[in-house]
Design a protein around this ligand. Structure first.
Ligand SMILES: C[S@@+](CC[C@H](N)C(=O)[O-])C[C@H]1O[C@@H](n2cnc3c(N)ncnc32)[C@H](O)[C@@H]1O
Length: 247
């Protein structure tokens, strides 16, 4: 009787050890997968950064990318769009390193202007100073546009003050990287309904952070309300969406 009890205990212990070994193996595989994904992404960002520095004749160091700023892979999408389609007017929402990249590209194409809105006084001054340091004042204008209430069919938002905007503007490329998501739900939704009347026929719209839930919701709403646009999603580090007007 005692022998049988010991046998059962031994068996239970073996089963437990097997289970622990299995769990450890699964954990190791998950860690290896995560590491692989991180390394692949890091390589992609470095590859994109190498392209950026070889394509653009930088006169001063670039401020850090990623985090609050665009990631190098979004930079490549932006650069590609400007060099290929030579927009005459680029309007950007949310200034920073993206402003510098876009301005260098416009300088390279030899035509086109960039207007960048920033809701924050300090950040707009910082970007303006960097634009001057890089010798790009002729090309880029930074506008401090504080957020004000805007009421649309879908609700109310705090969005860039546009009262002083030239009514005759025709935007060829719209780059949306603000206002920050922390400010409110679907913070960037107003961009399309508010700016729709200023868009050139063949406008292209780039949306950063498109992998986020709020940006996905925003995209769904835009596509429903403005069916004339075709949407392409790129799996960049933070997700990138490209909207082109269907012809
Ligand atoms: C997503 S950021 C725009 C980044 C910009 N497109 C770039 O590539 O650097 C949106 C806004 O957040 C603000 N911002 C920028 N960096 C920030 C930081 N480190 N912390 C808090 N707000 C920041 C600025 O007012 C900016 O317009």
């Amino acid at each position: 009787m005692q022998v049988t009890c010991l046998d059962t205990e031994h068996l239970n212990m073996e089963n437990m050890l097997e289970e622990i070994a299995l769990l450890l193996q699964e954990q190791e595989e998950r860690t290896a997968d995560r590491q692989r994904t991180l390394t692949e992404n890091l390589y992609q960002q470095l590859e994109a950064l190498a392209s950026i520095t070889s394509l653009l004749p930088l006169r001063m160091p670039l401020p850090p990318m990623r985090g609050w700023a665009i990631s190098p892979d979004f930079g490549i999408i932006l650069i590609n769009e400007i060099l290929k389609h030579k927009p005459r007017l680029v309007l950007e929402l949310g200034s920073g390193v993206s402003t510098l990249l876009a301005a260098y590209c416009l300088e390279k194409t030899g035509s086109g202007k960039l207007v960048s809105f920033d809701h924050d006084l300090n950040y707009s001054e910082q970007t303006r100073e960097r634009i001057t340091d890089h010798g790009l004042d002729r090309i880029a204008e930074i506008i401090h546009a504080p957020l004000t209430k805007v009421t649309l069919d879908q609700g109310e938002w705090d969005w860039y003050e546009t009262a002083r905007m030239d009514q005759n503007l025709k935007i060829d490329l719209l780059v949306i990287d603000g206002p920050p998501g922390q400010i409110q739900k679907i913070s960037r939704y107003p961009a399309l309904p508010v700016l729709h009347k200023y868009l050139a026929d063949e406008v292209v719209i780039l949306l950063d952070d498109a992998a986020r839930v709020d940006e996905k919701t925003t995209l769904d709403m835009w596509i429903q309300e403005f069916p004339e646009f075709e949407h392409e999603y790129r799996s960049a580090e933070k997700g990138a969406s490209i909207l082109r007007r269907k012809r």
